[in-house]
Design a protein around this ligand. Structure first.
Ligand SMILES: C[S@@+](CC[C@H](N)C(=O)[O-])C[C@H]1O[C@@H](n2cnc3c(N)ncnc32)[C@H](O)[C@@H]1O
Length: 299
């Protein structure tokens, strides 16, 4: 199966440059509120898709186990340095389009600031559904093309693409904004029922961020975000959804499957070996490398 290219974060200092030194305390605070409102109080095993350097991972307090999955090994190294090598965390380098797990492993999943790198979002969502158990919770954040700023820019003639069409917009290579209606229909097609929508980052305006305390802006945003079920005009939107009843729950010790041929794999570090197609996957410094063409990707 040919899958779309991956947006490569190998060697990126994204966590430091974008979050820690990039003046994003407001956005981070807004996301923390959205996750607090949406996360179940307890769960068994959460899959964090596009976990990056593990910025959000400490927020998944109710889950007994967390698998951090990211295509970039160096992002996972940063996450591991931040979170430590506890039994609670599994670090897996893999492509979301080819998730290396058997069906129905996880009872929860999150995908924050990652769908916007997916040229084929429906394929990515179908993969997520496959590895979730029936009725599992899935929290998705996506970048909304129909936000107030893009509407105003379009009306003022400063932007050539329409924020109102369902077609996704690739504003820089492998970075996509989506229309809320398109996301809703893909979620339904993948087997998810949307339970709640929260709009996030209403006040992402440099002047406001400089003039007002972050805590005040986050408090205001958390009020405005309650309108998310009715309209979505923010650049970032969170969906809480539930997987349908179809599919199976994996056996207690079943976990990995070959990303090339889907055969279940024994968890045998330092090397996992597919008995069907012969593919091999190394485990180095506690990080499982389940990528088919590592390091791969495009810049
Ligand atoms: C913008 S970062 C977000 C990281 C984290 N979720 C956060 O909010 O701090 C996007 C992450 O998605 C990962 N990613 C992009 N495409 C991927 C793919 N096809 N499979 C797995 N991870 C991918 C990147 O490596 C990167 O770490």
């Amino acid at each position: 199966m040919q899958t779309p290219p991956v947006c490569n974060y190998e060697g990126s200092d994204y966590q430091t440059s974008f979050w820690e030194k990039g003046g994003r305390a407001y956005e981070d605070g807004c996301e923390a509120v959205a996750l607090r409102r949406m996360l179940p109080t307890s769960g068994r095993h959460l899959l964090e898709l596009g976990a990056g350097a593990g910025r959000n991972t400490p927020r998944y307090r109710g889950y007994q186990k967390i698998t951090l999955l990211d295509y970039s090994r160096t992002q996972l190294e940063q996450a591991k340095a931040r979170l430590g090598a506890s039994d609670r965390y599994r670090y897996v380098a893999a492509d979301i389009y080819r998730l290396p797990f058997v069906e129905g492993v996880f009872d929860g999943a999150t995908m924050i600031r990652t769908l916007h790198h997916m040229a084929d979002a429906p394929l990515a969502l179908a993969q997520v559904r496959r590895v979730l158990q029936p009725s599992a919770t899935f929290i998705l954040e996506y970048a909304n093309k129909r936000n107030l700023k893009s509407i105003l820019r379009y009306w003022l003639g400063k932007q050539d693409w329409s924020p109102f069409t369902r077609q996704q917009v690739e504003y820089i290579p492998l970075n996509f904004d989506f229309h809320p209606a398109a996301i809703r229909s893909w979620m339904t097609a993948a087997g998810f029922t949307i339970q709640r929508t929260l709009t996030v980052s209403h006040l992402r305006i440099g002047l406001l961020k400089r003039a007002l305390p972050t805590s005040l802006l986050v408090a205001l945003d958390s009020l405005f975000s309650l309108t998310g079920n009715w309209w979505q005009l923010t650049p970032s939107v969170f969906l809480k959804s539930q997987a349908d009843e179809k599919g199976t729950t994996a056996a207690e010790n079943a976990y990995f499957a070959c990303p090339a041929c889907s055969t279940p794999l024994e968890d045998t570090p330092p090397l996992l070996h597919c008995t069907k197609c012969g593919a091999e996957f190394p485990v180095i410094d506690g990080i499982y490398d389940m990528r088919l063409n590592a390091p791969g990707g495009v810049d």
